[in-house]
Ligand binder design. Structure first.
Ligand SMILES: *Cc1c(COP(=O)(O)O)cnc(C)c1O
Length: 379
């Protein structure tokens, strides 16, 4: 048997003594053993650059982080137990008591909770603005503003913000910019190339891609990730399990082909929805009919399978019946997997006329037929 020390070398993870396995090895270990006390002492002294204990670094997790960093055109990535854990870590890493955050008003609900409620306990205040409105963002800047938190396209109605203009405001005011890039994925949008300081993803969506894993990540400069590792990741322990990381990289192997399919399918479903007389508005920024299309297509190369529609009716009983009538679309939260999902916002605190759809990898014509069955009830 090979000793693990013979298989991995710290820098390259190259496989020198055995045939190359076709898929990534899973290092499901909690700790690492050392040849001598001096080596142990060195590892304890700088955990960011060593293998000591899997709450810090783990080779499987690091390999996945490298793939994510590469996909986002960033220097370094850190994987977390969930998207929310990644958001908490990157935001917290930039603020002290007395600081102020500007947060997009269409950010993911728990990101908004972090800014409005959780961080308030530590005397960090927040202003929520429509970040599509550049003047409103400028107005919201204060002397103590340290973070601009963005999501573009944003949750529910997929509103798009002008990244270049926002980066300029941040640079002029020494504000750290963070964007949730879950919707566009690294395939279609790379915000670091626009000058954004840090990108976060919920890997539970397309990176994992099969609705079988929860995870999150932050991508930024090596310096920022080292800071996050030391001040947030190690102390709070929102660590991904190696197998969880392994599932994420397995999903990422097909990320591009899945996203190309989701994009085509979503456009086709949008065409159907735009033409349907039960529908008032369609929210999909990468469709040429969207008012956001010009800006969206200047920043993104494509779109994912998540879109929303606003119905003409607000009759909740009718809407519930229409949703319940679908067979292929399954009722549930989340998105980014194989399957098509439907989430009527009447089940949340959102606008009852709005329904969110995840267009999955099933036959698109069958999905349209399924939707038509529900929408027919609203005619
Ligand atoms: C799901 C989601 C999150 C949260 O990620 P988890 O992995 O569920 O913690 C964050 N942002 C967006 C846009 C999401 O859709």
């Amino acid at each position: 048997m090979e000793k693990i020390e013979d298989i991995i070398t710290d820098d390259t993870f190259s496989f020198t003594n055995i045939e190359m396995p076709v898929s990534m090895p899973l290092f499901q270990n909690s700790l690492f053993c050392f040849n001598c006390v001096d080596d142990l002492k060195k590892a304890i002294g700088d955990e960011f650059y060593s293998h000591l204990y899997s709450r810090g670094n783990n080779p499987t997790v690091e390999l996945v982080e490298r793939r994510i960093a590469e996909a986002e055109k960033g220097e370094r990535a850190k994987l977390f137990a969930s998207g929310v854990a990644a958001i908490y870590a990157v935001v917290s890493s930039q603020v002290q008591s007395g600081d102020h955050i500007i947060c997009s008003d269409c950010a993911y609900s728990w990101a908004k909770y972090l800014c409005s409620t959780y961080l308030k306990r530590f005397n960090v205040s927040a202003t929520f603005v429509n970040t599509k409105d550049i003047e409103a963002v400028k107005q919201a800047v204060r002397k103590n503003t340290k973070v601009l938190y963005l999501e573009s396209p944003g949750s529910s109605v997929m509103r798009v913000s002008d990244l270049k203009a926002l980066v300029e405001i941040c640079k002029n005011n020494s504000i750290f910019s963070i964007i949730d890039n879950t919707w566009a994925t690294p395939v279609f949008q790379n915000p670091l190339t626009f000058g954004i300081d840090a990108v976060v993803h919920s890997a539970s969506k397309y990176l994992g891609g099969h609705s079988d894993v929860i995870g999150g990540c932050v991508i930024s400069s090596n310096k920022n990730i080292e800071h996050i590792f030391k001040t947030e990741f190690l102390p709070t322990g929102a660590v991904p399990d190696p197998f969880q990381a392994w599932l994420i990289q397995r999903g990422m192997r097909t990320l591009k082909v899945r996203l190309d399919y989701h994009y085509k399918a979503a456009l086709k479903v949008c065409d159907f929805l735009y033409a349907h007389n039960a529908v008032d508005e369609v929210f999909y920024p990468m469709h040429p009919k969207s008012p956001d299309y010009a800006l969206a297509s200047s920043q993104m190369k494509g779109g994912c399978g998540l879109l929303s529609v606003k119905l003409k009716t607000n009759d909740e009983t009718k809407i519930k019946k229409a949703v319940d009538a679908l067979n292929i679309f399954r009722i549930g939260v989340s998105w980014g997997g194989y399957e098509s999902l439907i989430l009527p916002l009447l089940a949340t605190k959102g606008d009852p006329r709005v329904i969110r759809l995840h267009i999955g990898l099933e036959n698109t014509d069958s999905l349209i037929e399924d939707l038509d069955k529900g929408l027919f009830l609203l005619k």
